[in-house]
Ligand binder design. Structure first.
Ligand code: MN
Length: 198
């Protein structure tokens, strides 16, 4: 048993001109592959953990043997984060539903306010990491920043929608202009997929 790189449901060039094909290719076939390879290598002496799915592995983070905490945090988190990230993007943009807008408006004042806060969080995240919309155990929705490949599941929260703001996600096309990349990403979000995770 081992973890595997998921196939994309669209081609590397499908998100052009918003996300460029070279970035997609390197991000998926190199960066994500490396997280998968290192996760498998780091767990080679733990067949019970290799047999789990990635969601359960991360959800059970607090009960892991200490010697695998780092590999699961970095490479398990990396594998899961990217797997969700690919699913959250689509070449065929569809507007968010009224239902989704209502849920988010109830938590953030308005849908527009949610979008503005999410973009602001992602823009201001220092260094490498992810911005997530999470659902807490109590059912509240919040926007949270996590460093590196940490994931909401490790903190008991359910991940709904996340953007990768590591430089490898945008540097080839946008260089230092992270805000430009964040704006582009909002043109390829799969709002149906977001609503499924709500
Ligand atoms: Mn990445």
């Amino acid at each position: 048993m081992s973890f595997e790189l998921p196939e994309l449901q669209y081609s590397y060039e499908a998100l052009e001109p918003h996300i460029d094909s070279k970035t997609m290719e390197i991000h998926h076939s190199k960066h994500h592959q490396t997280y998968v390879t290192k996760l498998n290598a780091g767990l080679e002496n733990h067949p019970d953990l290799l047999a789990k799915n990635i969601y359960s592995l991360l959800s059970d983070f607090n009960n892991l043997p200490e010697e695998v905490e780092n590999v699961v945090r970095n490479h398990g988190g990396g594998h899961y984060n990217h797997s969700v990230f690919w699913e959250l993007m689509t070449p065929t943009f569809i507007e968010p539903s009224e239902n989704l807008k209502l849920v988010l408006s109830a938590n953030f004042g308005s849908f527009e306010n949610f979008i503005a806060k999410f973009k602001e969080s992602a823009t201001n995240l220092f260094g490498s990491g992810w911005t997530w919309l999470i659902k807490s155990k109590e059912g509240h929705y919040e926007i949270k920043n996590y460093p590196n490949q940490e994931n909401p599941l490790m903190h008991g929260d359910h991940p709904v929608m996340g953007i990768d703001v590591w430089e490898h996600a945008y540097y080839l096309k946008n260089q230092n202009r992270r805000n430009e990349y964040i704006e582009s990403w909002f043109n390829v979000i799969d709002w149906i997929e977001v609503e499924k995770r709500i």
